[in-house]
Every structure is written in C-alpha cells, then in structure tokens.
Ligand binder design. Structure first.
Ligand SMILES: *[C@@H]1O[C@H](CO)[C@@H](O)[C@H](O)[C@H]1NC(C)=O
Ligand SMILES: *[C@@H]1O[C@H](CO)[C@@H](O)[C@H](O)[C@H]1NC(C)=O
Ligand SMILES: *[C@@H]1O[C@H](CO)[C@@H](O)[C@H](O)[C@H]1NC(C)=O
Ligand SMILES: *[C@@H]1O[C@H](CO)[C@@H](O)[C@H](O)[C@H]1NC(C)=O
Length: 364
C-alpha cells in the first residue's frame, strides 16, 4: 500500500514537472525546449581529460596527484586543483559537466563535448605528435556532427549546432615555443591568429553561430615567466607580454571582420589579458591572499613547472589552501580563480566581455 502511494506521488511529480518544462523530443531523446549545447576547443585551460587518452608526455598531463584534489578528489587530467572554466560555464548554462571527446565508450553529444588538449596550439607544429592541435579538434567536431545527424536527423542537428555555444581558448602554447630566428613576431602572430580564425570559420561552415573566445592573458605576470627570467622587479614583467598584446590586437580585428562577413555570426570576446592582470595584481580585491606565487611547484614564485614531481624536477611544495591562490601551478589557475574568471566571462560587462557576454549568447 505504502509503495503504491509513493508511486502515485512520483507520477504526479513527473506529470507536473513535464508541464512546467516544455520538452522537445528528437527521436527517442527528449530535451528541454531551450536546450543549448556547449562545445569546447582549446588547450590546458579547458582540457578536462582528453590528453589522458593520447600518447603524450608528463608536460601535457595532469592525471596525477596533487591535481584534482579539490572537488573531484582524484587526479583526472584537469590542470587545476579542481574544476576548470568549461565546468563552471556548463554549471551556469545549466547543462551537465561536458565530457572529454576521447573518453572511452559511447558518448551523447546532445549537451556538447570537449575537444581541448593540454599543450595544443593553433599551429600544427606546436608540440606536434603530443597533443590534439586545433585543426584536429575541428576534424573531431566534424565526426560529432556526423553522429548527431545519424541520431537526430538533418533538421534537428542544424538547429542544435546553430543554437550551441562554441568556447575557444588557444595560442599560449604557440607563443611558448616561438622561435625568433624563424619568424618575426608579426609574421608568427598572423599565423597563429590566422589558423584560429580558419577554425572559427570551419565551425561556422559546420553550422556554428555563437562563439566565446578568450584573448591571451597577461603572460608576463605568470609565475613560470617570472621564475625563468628571474624577475625581481614588481609582480609582472611587461616585456614578456608583447606577443600576447600583438595577438590580442589582431584577434579583435579578425573577429570584427568575421562579424561583418558572416551572416548570423555572434561572439563574446573575453578580455583575459586585462582581467588576469587585474586579479594577479589586486588579489585581495577578489578574495585571494596570493596573486603572483603559485600554490604548487618549486623555485622562485613556485614558478618551476614541477607540480606533482613528474616533469624532471622531483621536489615541489604544495600550499595548504589552494583557494587562497590565483595560480595552482606555475601557469594554471586554481579552481577558485577559474570560478571567478568564469563568472566574469558569463556576466561581465562590455569592458571585460563584449560585444556580448556568455549569458547573453546562451539566452539568445
Ligand atoms: C608513444 O610515443 C613514444 C615516444 O614518442 C613512441 O616511442 C611510442 O611508439 C608511441 N606509442 C604509440 C602507441 O603510439
Ligand atoms: C597556419 O599555420 C601554418 C603553419 O602551421 C601556416 O603555414 C599557415 O600560413 C597558417 N594559416 C594562416 C591562415 O595563417
Ligand atoms: C637569479 O637572481 C639572483 C639574484 O640576482 C642570482 O643570484 C641568481 O644566480 C639568479 N638565478 C638565475 C637562474 O639566473
Ligand atoms: C565593468 O566591470 C568592471 C569590473 O567589475 C568594473 O570595474 C567597471 O567599472 C565596469 N564598467 C562599467 C562601464 O560598468
């Protein structure tokens, strides 16, 4: 008797739930009507474990302790103590955590998928053979589209891809391997941004319309740079942000061009440069105790990329409370910093995320 009553409550609950949230069924899969998928491209800032499934080196892996100690409680490939930016954006967009594309087993691409690979660049030559470069990530997206069409048909796939948001962060690795003997700075930046825009156009040709793009952060403020050049003056080494600045100036121009050229193209340009500079140099304003020294690593500013002890240097220090730090290791933000970055990407004003913020792109 008690069980029957319980079943009735259950039925009523589902009946009313169904009425409150309009659903749209695609074959045998039903989704909320306003469902928006999230597709993620990029490097270690966004990688949620793709590199765990490729043949690579420890430089491009974070599947060992102490990575992942916060939130997930196990190392999972994210270059942070906990969640990374796409995890928070998924939360704000009310979609589940987006899985890594290479995760073994069958995947449901209806909520989107993450192609990002730590160490990857816009240029195929960057860490070639050890990462999934941006162009290959686009090829994987083409495969996903094929599978979606088989599952949902052409019309629903077109609609899903047009409403989806495409989050992209790339370039830092290209600049970290830059050789001034081979290319001038101008030429190199044009190649990186050129390959990035080519991939954005490629996603657009596949049906994508809404793009969230991060510019290059204030690299000269990163512990890894300060340690390597042995900086002792202040918290940032401006001259090491030159390539980032050139990249950002060109990226603004190219995105503006795409908007003019392509019908229906919408983007959110996140000014990661200014925002990272602001948080690193004013940590207490954002609730951090330390902006310029990493939580995990060794050497000056904990700027040697040794967190976890598997990249040549065995000894490293680990702070007690990562949430007090902006940087978890010498280059990657803590979970708490990722949350704050994501909040500003999501709802920041025009000076930080424009012409739209991500919230607007998702609601559109
Ligand atoms: C992985 O990479 C190493 C070093 O580059 C190479 O020797 C090995 O054959 C590769 N393994 C596979 C399965 O590709
Ligand atoms: C993309 O990068 C390659 C080098 O990997 C370069 O030769 C090519 O010119 C670049 N493409 C654009 C559009 O800049
Ligand atoms: C870093 O600077 C300190 C003090 O100026 C100096 O003693 C040390 O040798 C430098 N280290 C490197 C690796 O250049
Ligand atoms: C935009 O947001 C930033 C950061 O919160 C703030 O400092 C700035 O005053 C805001 N600008 C405008 C025009 O509201």
């Amino acid at each position: 008797m008690a069980i029957k009553k319980f079943q009735i409550y259950f039925l009523i609950f589902f009946a009313s739930y169904g009425m409150l949230i309009p659903t749209r069924c695609l074959g045998n899969i039903c989704l909320p009507k306003e469902h928006i998928a999230l597709f993620v491209f990029g490097d270690s800032l966004f990688d949620v474990g793709n590199n765990n499934y490729i043949n690579t080196s420890f430089d491009n892996l974070a599947n060992y302790s102490p990575y992942g100690e916060t939130f997930f409680n196990y190392p999972n490939g994210r270059f942070s103590d906990g969640r990374v930016i796409p995890d928070f954006i998924a939360e704000y967009a009310k979609v589940p955590l987006i899985q890594p594309y290479l995760f073994p087993g069958s995947q449901n691409y209806i909520e989107g998928i993450n192609f990002a690979s730590a160490g990857a660049g816009a240029l195929a030559e960057t860490h070639q053979g050890l990462v999934i470069d941006l162009k290959t990530q686009l090829t994987y997206f083409k495969n996903v589209k094929k599978e979606l069409r088989q599952k949902l048909g052409d019309e629903e796939t077109t609609s899903l891809l047009a409403r989806a948001v495409y989050l992209i962060n790339i370039g830092s690795n290209d600049y970290s391997v830059y050789l001034s003997e081979k290319y001038t700075q101008q030429k190199y930046v044009h190649m990186v941004v050129g390959n990035l825009t080519t991939v954005i156009q490629g996603i657009h040709e596949m049906g994508g319309r809404k793009f969230g793009v991060l510019n290059q952060p204030s690299t000269g403020c990163f512990p890894v740079i300060k340690a390597v050049v042995n900086g002792t003056k202040g918290s940032c080494l401006e001259e090491y942000s030159t390539l980032a600045k050139l990249h950002n100036n060109l990226l603004v121009v190219e995105l503006h061009k795409l908007k003019k050229q392509i019908k229906g193209f919408k983007y959110s340009y996140f000014n990661f440069f200014d925002f990272s500079f602001e948080v690193i140099t004013n940590p207490s304003k954002y609730g951090f105790k330390e902006g310029g020294v990493a939580c995990c690593g060794s050497g000056p500013y904990k700027g040697y990329f040794s967190c976890g002890g598997k990249r040549g240097i065995k000894d490293y220090d680990l702070c007690e409370n990562p949430s007090e730090y902006v940087f978890f290791d010498a280059v990657h933000p803590t979970e708490r910093a990722n949350r704050i970055i994501s909040q500003f990407m999501w709802s920041g004003n025009q000076s930080i995320a424009g012409p739209y913020n991500l919230k607007t792109l998702f609601e559109d």
